[in-house]
Design a protein around this ligand. Sequence first.
Ligand code: AHR
Length: 524
Amino acid sequence: MNTMKNIFASVCLFLAFWASANGQITTANRIILAADNPGPVISKDIYGQFSEHLGACIYGGLWVGKDSPIPNKDGVRLDVLNALKEIKIPNLRWPGGCFADTYHWKDGIGPQSQRASIVNVNWGGVTEDNSFGTNEFMNLTEELGCDAYISGNVGSGAVREMSEWVEYLTSSNESPVTNLRKQNGRIQPWKVKYFAIGNETWGCGGNMTADFYASLLKQYSTFLHDYGNTPLYKVACGPGGDDFKWTEALMKNPETRSMFQGISVHYYSVVDGWDVKGSATDFTEREWFETFRLNYDMDRILKNNEAIMNLYDPQNTKGIIVDEWGNWFRVEPGTNPGFLFQQNTLRDAITAAIHLNIFNNHAERVKMANLAQIANVLQSLVLTKGDRMVLTPTYYVFRMFRVHQNARLIPVNIKCENYTFGDKSIPAVSASASLDDNGTIHISLANLNPSHEINLSCIIEGFNPGQMTGEVLTAPEMNSYNSFENQTAVKPASFSAFRMKDKTLEVSLPSKSVVVIEIKQKTK
Ligand code: AHR
C-alpha cells in the first residue's frame, strides 16, 4: 500500500515539475483564503489621504479659489474633486505635516482680504496667504463626504489655541469662539472625527524627547473637549520609522495612555538614503527591487509596534494610525526642492498595493492610514498643471482597492516564490483579501517580478464561488507613467487570466502588475 502511495506521490511531483517547466499553473505559489473564518473589519480609513500646505498640494492641487477660470466648486477644482469622489476617499488629514506645527488657525479664518500672510518656513520659504483655512477645509471634507482629520500645533502653538480650535469646529454652545464661527458664515458646528496632538514632535514638530512629549500630550489632551455626540478620536504623535522606544514611552504609562485613542506611525521608503533619494522615473532594476524591499519593511514596523501595544493594551483599545507613508524620491529636475514634486510610475502603483495589502492584513490594529500626499507632493494620487490634471498609477490602485473598505478581512496564508536581486530576496507576490456585506470576495494581488508572470493557486475555504471578474494594472516598462501629454500610459484594464477549478482559483499574474479579482457567491 505504502509503495503505491509513494509511486502516486512521485507521479504528482513529476507532473507538477513538468507543468512548472512548461509555464503552467503549479502549486509552488499558492494562497489559502479562510473565507469561512473572516477576521476584523478593514476600516475604510486605511484608504485615507493627506493634504499639507506644501508646494502645489493645496494651492493649485485642490484649491484654485472661487474666481479662478479653472472650473471649481466653491474654490475647489472640480476635476480633482470628482476624481477623489470616485475613489471614495474616507478621510483627509490637514494642514500638515511639519506645516501644522507652524500653523495658527486664527490666521486662516474670516474675510479673505483680512487674513494674515505668513512664510511657509518648512516648504520653500514661500508666502502663505491663508486663503485656504479652517472653513474652506471643512467645507471640502463635506463636499467629498469624508471625515476630517486635523493636525494640531504642539510645536509652536499653545494649549488654549488648540482647545479653542476644537471649540470653533465642533461646539454648538454659545461662546466667543463659536460666535466667531457664526460671524464667518457657519452656524452649525462641523463634525470632526480625528484630531492629532502634534506631528513628528521628535523632529520638525519640536525636537522633543518621548518623555517630554508624553507630558505635553497629557496637558494638551486634557483641554480638547468633546462637544456634541461625537467624541474626538485623539491621535498621539508616535514614532518615525522603527523608533519603538518612542511607542513604548507613550504606551507604558496608563495615565498617558488614557489621553489618546490612536498613535501615529510615519514611514517613508527612501531608496539609497536621504542624501541620495533615487529618481522617481529614471531608475534601474536594483532601485525597483530596493523600493519594494523597503516597502515591505512596513510590515516589520507594524508587527513590532503591535507587540508593544499588545503588551500594554491587550484589549486592543488603541489604534495604529499610519498617517504618513509612501515613496519619497528626488524632486523632478527644475522644480523647487522645497515643493517635493515627483512623478509617479508603475513602481509607485506596486508600492501602493504592497502597503494597502499590509494595512488590510493588520486591520486588527491599523485603524487609519494616509498616503503622502494627495496632490502634487511625493507619491500623489493626482498631478495638476494649470487647468490640466493627470491621474497617477497610485490613484488607480486606490480605485481598484476601494472594494476592501469596511469589508471583513479574509486571512491569507501565502506560500510563494521569492523575487531575488543580487544577494537579497523578497516575496514576489503581495496579497490580501476581504469579504464584503454582499458576501462577495475581493482578492488583491501584486506581482513584483518585472520579468516573468507568476502562476498562483488560490484555495478558497468555505465559499461557493459564482460569477468572477478581474481588473489589472500594468504597463510596458517599470517606469511607465502618466504625463500631461500622455495621460493614459498606465491605466487599469479588464483581466481574465484566471479560472476556477474545483474551488481553486488559478491565476496567471502578469509580470509587474497589480490585480484585483472579484468573486461573487453562487446563489442557487
Ligand atoms: O510629507 C512631507 C513631510 O514629511 C511632512 O510634512 C512631515 O510630517 C514628514 O516629515
